[in-house]
Every structure is written in structure tokens, then in C-alpha cells.
Write a protein of this length. Structure first.
Ligand code: F6R
Length: 245
């Protein structure tokens, strides 16, 4: 594991964007899984700025959606696909044909999860998964308990995730109760995982994920066994990591 601790969120975003830019420069058609959520947004903005400045061609990336709420179509502004489109696909000029969605509105969600896994395989696996860290240790919507071999699937959101997403929905009653997620098996097989964590509220769970027991109760703890893991955390998120105490 490579652990990078930055003084603040802006530097986290710059370091993350630089890592992504290096990958894209060496493999312009890299297959990537991309988290939405707040943490990677600064990094995506930085990457867009790098693209503007240097002419880096980001348009050939093959993008796989990480997760989706069940029942929301791509045009619903609340959908995670819509968020990914606004924050990443459009600024990086990635055509829809380069994107493998997890369509939350598909009539047969199980079938689309299987098709998603086939698409990952057809792409030759994932070069980079960019992941945020859920307050309960989830990766994507792999809610605890999650086994490392769990496939891409429909999942019931935990109370904690419903609570933490309520701010995006105008109240917890409006948060969808189910989601589709890329499975732990897909994420853990990625050739490289970049985990980003920012802020005090992630300090406890980051410590458990990186230094605690590897357990389904903290899905992110399986990253300790990932083939290649880079963690970029700002000082607040890294505050409880042992070498810092
Ligand atoms: C988002 C996602 C989630 C978030 C996690 C952290 O697509 O899959 O797992 O990465 O909940 O969210 P933030 O970054 O908002 O703290």
C-alpha cells in the first residue's frame, strides 16, 4: 500500500488528479471505475484543469459506473450516473459509447449486473478504481457485511447510508432504499485502487479500514489485500492512523 497524507483537501485533489493523469498518459484507453460522492470531486476538477492546460486526451477512457440507485433513470438529476456525467464524463469529453452504466431503471436489475461483469471481463479487467470511503466502510454500495467475492448486485442500503445520503435528497424519507453496485470482487480485482478520504468524519473508519482486522463488517478493510492500493488522505482523515498517534 502506498499512503499519501496531504495537508488539506486541495492537495489531496491535486495528488489524485496527477495520479489519474499519469495513468491516462500511459494508457489513454484505460478502463476505470469512478466513484461519485463528494471526496473525488476536487480531483475530477483538477483533472479537467490538467486536460485544459496540457491537452491530455481523456476522451478515450473507458468508464464503468460504480453504483446507482435502483429505480432512477440516467436523466434523473439525482441519479449517480447524472452526477458522474456532470462531474467527469462531460468535462473529460467522454462519449456515452465509452461508458458502461449500471442502469438503475432497467426492468431486470439482476441481468444488468451480470452484463456489467461481462463488460468488465471483455474490457480485460479494470485498470484503476477510484473509490471513496463510506462512513460505515462501504465501497461503492457494498454495504457491510460484504464478502470479498461478492458480485455486482442489487443491495439494500443500510440505515447509516440512508442517513448520510439524506442531505442530497432533502430528507431521509426520500432516499431510495436499494441500489446497484459493482461487486467487491470487481473492485478488488482492479489492477490499481485509489482510495480517497477527507475530513475528520472519516478518521475512525479509515483507521479501521487500513489498520484494523480484515472483515466483512468493514468492506474497505479488504483493500489491505488488493494487488495495488494507493490511499490519499488529508491530515484530518489520517489523524487516527497509528503512525500518527
Ligand atoms: C459514490 C459511492 C460511495 C462514496 C462514499 C463516500 O459513488 O460509491 O461509496 O464514495 O459514500 O462518499 P463521500 O465522498 O461523499 O464521503
Amino acid at each position: 500500500m502506498k499512503l499519501i497524507i496531504t495537508p488539506d483537501y486541495d492537495e489531496l485533489s491535486r495528488r489524485g488528479a496527477a495520479l489519474m493523469a499519469d495513468l491516462i498518459a500511459s494508457k489513454p484507453d484505460a478502463a476505470v471505475i469512478l466513484a461519485t460522492g463528494e471526496t473525488p470531486m476536487g480531483m475530477y476538477r483538477e483533472l479537467a484543469a490538467i486536460r485544459q492546460r496540457s491537452g491530455l486526451d481523456t476522451s478515450r477512457l473507458r468508464v464503468f459506473q460504480l453504483d446507482a440507485y435502483l429505480g432512477l433513470g440516467p436523466d434523473d438529476p439525482r441519479s449517480l450516473y447524472g452526477w458522474m456525467k456532470r462531474s467527469f464524463l462531460d468535462p473529460m469529453q467522454i462519449p456515452d459509447t465509452n461508458v458502461v452504466r449500471l442502469p438503475g431503471d432497467a426492468p431486470d436489475p439482476r441481468a444488468v449486473c451480470a452484463a456489467y461483469e461481462q463488460a468488465v471481463e471483455a474490457a480485460g479487467g479494470i485498470d484503476l478504481s477510484v473509490l471513496g470511503l463510506g462512513p460505515n466502510g462501504h465501497l461503492g454500495f457494498n454495504e457491510p457485511p460484504a464478502e470479498p467475492r461478492s458480485p455486482s448486485r442489487v443491495i439494500d442500503l443500510t440505515e447509516e447510508s440512508i442517513e448520510s445520503n439524506a442531505r442530497y435528497w432533502g430528507g431521509r424519507d426520500r432516499v431510495p432504499r436499494q441500489a446497484l453496485t459493482a461487486g467487491m470482487s470487481v473492485l478488488l480485482a482492479s489492477r490499481h485502487v485509489l482510495l480517497v478520504a477527507s475530513g475528520e468524519r472519516k478518521a475512525g473508519i479509515l483507521q479501521r479500514a487500513l489498520q484494523g482486522p480484515v472483515t466483512p463488517q468493514v468492506p474497505a478493510s479488504y483493500l489491505q489485500q488488493a494487488p495495488r492500493l494507493t490511499v490519499i488522505a488529508d491530515q484530518d482523515a489520517a489523524a487516527l492512523l497509528r503512525r500518527y498517534s
